[in-house]
Design a binder for this molecule. Structure first.
Ligand code: FAD
Length: 551
């Protein structure tokens, strides 16, 4: 592999110590941690100061869009200054010690519990309450006698524990290590390590097809019951679903990357938005290896080359695939193979704002939480109501949170004609207008209203604003990624962290983590780059000193 271009001149300018590419939460966290670190505690940072002769390391965060946050995007719709519409991630668990500690101990962000109350179940045109699950007559599925009367989530966890009974009672690293080696013993077809089998395949061996369809319909998700690595899926169910202490940030989950970026700037770091990385090359100057980054404004043919001693790529699979194929990292065949070990999952969200919380007028009254259906809207959340001032009564509903094939249902309505706002101009979260590209098309709004009426069995008022986003759009390629079956993810994760051995380009983000689809996965992969590649000590806000950040 001939990677380097040798150049006898002195180092070129502009030369940065560390460039971070991607202003999502993993990039912002990396930037913050590096800037806050004591260089005396990190041999790499100390060496960077010696090389540059500066008193402080030079760290720059490049982001292709005009905002910091990536898949965390908290939008304040008109009339709802205190109730953010969480277009991306929205909740975290107390057991996710990095994100929990970061919010509560380090950044001191306003946290409150996330309401998960289940209200209506509208499945197969039958409307019943979540509390009706113990009564088989109410549940319109042909379940086996054993399955009857069980809550959908228990159907899944029972199946999982049936397959690996020894996992009962395990948690933390014990659970992870057990699942890596676990085999399904009493199913001859699947007597192999968990990571070799697809989750749907295994569930099919324990659940009737009716129970499987019920679980999908009632949970609101297709993707997590699909055929991804059973190792990843079992970890998700036995670790994350075992914790029911969910939290949210009152001002929106995007507050984490935004606050990290603000603090990073205050400490002397630089954030450069509207700057896209196109290509990565290696050049050698006076024996020193530098990374040459071709950057420019997105969709602008004018580009320039900037140099860095270290580069951290904080981005998911699709963003990496969009880089110039001549970038040196793609010369490593192992990296290309590792890149393909995960599969993107589609998901979109549609928010509606109303003049009043019409769901509180229903009988029984719905206060908060969610409802689920097999209609394409899948999950809706009664997010909240403004309680004071001229906006009193204005209410927000996440009218659809969907994934997989349901996302394509809503994409069918995408066209240039967007659903208008009644009271423009609207000053959005950052002082600008709501992005035109977010406005939901008129026909999409008519259709979601029809489904909401059918599901709630009532007339509902017209919304005054509607926004929609599908995360399949570039540069994300999906809302989250799942490990493919047959992948030893705990071997891929540390290897892909440094795409080409010996070269100072590193990779982080939830995409190749042990907590995919969670901010915790994004933070923990960044933490592993910081600890293993830069030698930073563990963050103080993670109180449990044995907490496992990943392989
Ligand atoms: P990203 O957020 O994808 O950041 C990558 C950044 O890189 C982006 O800002 C992108 O613009 C930038 N970029 C890409 N290419 C380039 C380039 N060439 N040059 C410069 N910049 C580039 N997590 C939870 O914890 N709880 C939840 O409830 C939850 N729900 C979710 C629901 C949805 C619908 C979605 C989409 C995600 C959800 N997640 C949730 C997952 C969570 O949002 C992600 O795990 C996390 O935000 C990923 O952060 P990241 O830094 O790894 O990547």
């Amino acid at each position: 592999m001939n990677i380097k271009i040798t150049n006898p001149q002195s180092p070129p300018f502009p030369l940065t110590d560390i460039a971070i590419i991607g202003g999502g939460v993993s990039g912002a966290y990396t930037a913050y941690r590096l800037m806050k670190a004591n260089p005396n505690e990190s041999p790499v940072l100390k060496r960077l100061l010696e090389l540059s002769g500066r008193e402080q390391i030079d760290v720059r965060l490049f982001e292709l869009s005009d905002r910091i946050g990536g898949r965390l995007w908290s939008i304040n719709m008109p009339g709802l200054p205190n109730i953010p519409a969480e277009m991306g991630g929205m909740r975290f668990l107390q057991s996710q010690q990095n994100v929990y500690g970061l919010c509560t101990n380090e950044l001191n962000l306003e946290v409150s519990s996330f309401n998960f109350a289940n209200n209506i179940q509208y499945l197969r045109r039958q409307r019943f309450s979540f509390d009706d699950y113990p009564n088989p007559q109410k549940v319109p599925y042909f379940l086996t006698d054993e399955e009857k009367g069980t809550y959908p989530i228990d159907l899944v966890t029972n199946a999982v524990y049936n397959l690996v009974p020894e996992a009962k009672g395990l948690s933390g690293t014990d659970l992870i290590m057990f699942l890596r080696n676990a085999r399904v013993k009493d199913e001859p077809l699947y007597n192999q390590p968990l990571y070799e089998t697809g989750f749907w395949n295994l569930l099919a061996s324990k659940l009737s097809i009716e129970a499987y369809n019920l679980v999908i319909a009632a949970s609101g998700y297709f993707s997590i019951y699909g055929n991804w690595s059973s190792y990843g899926a079992f970890l998700e169910f036995l670790r994350n679903y075992a914790d029911d202490k969910y939290f949210k940030l009152n001002k929106g989950y995007q507050q984490i990357p935004e606050t990290l970026a603000i603090e990073f700037i205050k400490m002397g770091g630089e954030v450069i938005t509207n700057k896209k990385l196109y290509k990565l090359q290696v050049e050698e100057y006076n024996g020193e290896q530098l990374i040459a980054m071709t950057v420019g404004a997105p969709d602008n043919p004018i580009r320039s080359v900037q140099y860095a001693r270290y580069v951290v790529l904080a981005m998911p699979q699709r963003s990496l695939e969009l880089l110039d194929p001549d970038s040196f990292i793609f010369l490593n065949p192992q990296f290309k193979k590792d890149l393909a070990t995960v599969t993107a999952q589609a998901s979109s969200k549609l928010f509606l704002s109303y003049d009043r919380p019409w769901w509180q007028e229903l009988s029984p009254k719905i206060e908060k939480g969610r409802s689920d259906t097999d209609l394409p809207l899948r999950q809706c959340y009664y997010v909240g109501t403004e309680t004071e001032g001229q906006n009193k009564g204005m209410s927000l509903m996440m009218a659809s949170y969907n994934d997989d094939r349901a996302a394509s249902f809503w994409d069918g309505y995408l066209q240039p004609d967007r659903f208008g706002l009644h009271n423009p101009p609207y000053m959005g979260r950052h002082g600008g207008q709501l992005k035109q590209s977010l406005l939901a098309p008129h026909d999409m709004v008519m259709e979601i209203q029809r489904q909401l009426k059918e599901m709630h069995n009532c007339e509902i008022p017209d919304p005054y604003a509607a926004i929609y986003h599908d995360w399949m759009e570039d540069p994300f390629g999906g809302a989250w990624y799942f490990w493919n079956p047959h992948v030893r993810s705990w071997e891929v994760a540390p290897r892909i962290r440094q795409p080409v051995a010996g070269y100072n380009v590193f990779l982080c983000g939830d995409c190749y983590s042990e907590n995919q689809g969670w901010v915790e996965g994004a933070l923990n992969t960044a933490e592993m780059v910081l600890e293993t590649k830069f030698g930073l000590p563990r963050p103080e806000w993670v109180k449990d000193k044995s907490y496992y950040f990943g392989p």
